[in-house]
Write a protein that binds this ligand. Structure first.
Ligand SMILES: *Cc1c(COP(=O)(O)O)cnc(C)c1O
Length: 366
């Protein structure tokens, strides 16, 4: 990215060589992002991140399809970028079906089928959940959407680069991605838009990105995203199996040393890098702060809702009480995590939990 801030400073929309240099770099990045999900370069729209991708997908379809109907199907465990966008549509007179999930955090494709109506215009179900990592049966939902001739969007921000993604096989029309979730720069993302999909842009202007997202392209961000995508695709075969083993080691190690802990979504298909652990009789914020003092960065719920007193909507949707939800920790591993990191957590967390539990009246009585 560095040369783009200095030498290759051209505007990718300019005709002169200076601009075309930037455009060539951007085209290469577009190919890398497309390859990561088995799309064509022309189907990739760069924009400011996962949040904007979700907004463009949902609002873009809602707007173009409103003559056909105003019914949207989504799940209760979506990221806020989808959740709040659908709530906003609700205020505008659209009807939303909020699908429940099982205790393991999975949407049932049959419930999607049952929810379909003649006026359904969009199904939006995330590929992998950002808090508990459960992987939804997107291929089955895709088949249902195709049969019903309803647009299908999936928020793939968490799954992209963590598991093999093939937008053709999943039968999605729209698929959201974000660079910073795969070690790329922040503030850049992409929306896969299947060829032929009519989408009203949320951002109007000079008609960049094939009229789908106006605004001078963030060339440095795009190039950084492209490189991150290239590395992520390589890492799917080499890194992710190693990360999964580390994740399993973490869960097994903590289980053998700490009583009364549970892994949320444990028996569902899960991302290799996510572990959401519920610690009974201990308060989540206390755990996070104590781990932070020891140099371990974890969160309760999602990074976005940390600091809010509301329990996670994902954990309550899988049947946890607000108290249980507050005692959950989310560990995220990556290609940059080593066994020594995991072993350090296994050594450190039991003492912290013990200390916090001493403060819990329930634990002492129990
Ligand atoms: C992080 C995230 C987003 C938002 O992406 P940004 O690039 O941070 O706007 C959307 N959906 C999911 C599932 C996420 O994890």
């Amino acid at each position: 990215m560095m040369p783009i801030f200095t030498e290759h400073f051209g505007n990718a929309s300019s005709i002169h060589w200076f601009g075309q240099q930037a455009k060539a770099l951007m085209d290469e990045a577009r190919q890398h992002v497309a390859r990561l999900v088995n799309a064509e370069g022309s189907e990739i729209v760069f924009l400011s991140g996962g949040t904007e991708a979700d907004n463009l997908a949902i609002r873009g379809i809602a707007e173009t399809q409103k003559a056909k109907g105003r019914h949207v199907i989504t799940s209760r465990i979506e990221h806020h970028a989808v959740l709040h966008t659908c709530k906003d549509l609700e205020k505008q007179g659209y009807e939303i079906t909020w699908l429940p999930v099982s205790r393991e955090g999975l949407v049932d494709p049959n419930e999607v089928r049952t929810a379909l109506r003649p006026d359904t215009i969009l199904i939006s179900v995330m590929h992998a959940n950002n808090e508990i990592g459960t992987i939804q049966p997107i291929e089955e939902v895709g088949k249902i959407a195709e049969e019903a001739d309803v647009y299908f969007h999936s928020d793939g921000v968490q799954s992209t680069g963590k598991i093999f993604v093939d937008v053709r096989k999943l039968k999605v029309d729209l698929y959201s991605m974000s660079s910073h979730k795969i070690h790329g720069p922040k503030g850049i993302g992409a929306l896969f838009v299947k060829k032929g999909t009519i989408l009203k842009p949320t951002m109007t202007g000079g008609g960049h990105e094939r009229n789908r997202r106006s605004g001078t392209e963030n060339v440095a961000g795009i190039v950084g995203f492209g490189e991150a995508a290239r590395l992520a695709l390589e890492g799917l075969k080499t890194e992710m199996p190693r990360v999964r083993e580390l994740r399993d080691r973490l869960e097994a190690g903590l289980r053998s040393r700490i009583e009364f802990i549970h892994v949320n979504g444990e028996s569902a298909p899960r991302l290799p890098n996510t572990s959401n652990i519920m610690v009974d009789y201990a308060e989540g914020e206390g755990l996070v702060i104590s781990l932070d003092l020891k140099g371990v960065a974890v969160s309760t719920g999602s990074a976005c809702s940390s600091g809010s007193l509301e329990p996670s909507h994902v954990l309550t949707a899988i049947g946890k009480t607000p108290d249980e939800a507050h005692g959950s920790l989310r560990f995220s591993l990556s290609s940059m995590t080593g066994q020594e990191d995991v072993d350090y957590v296994i050594e450190t967390l039991p003492g912290i939990v013990e200390r916090l539990r001493e403060l819990s009246p329930y634990y002492k009585r129990g």
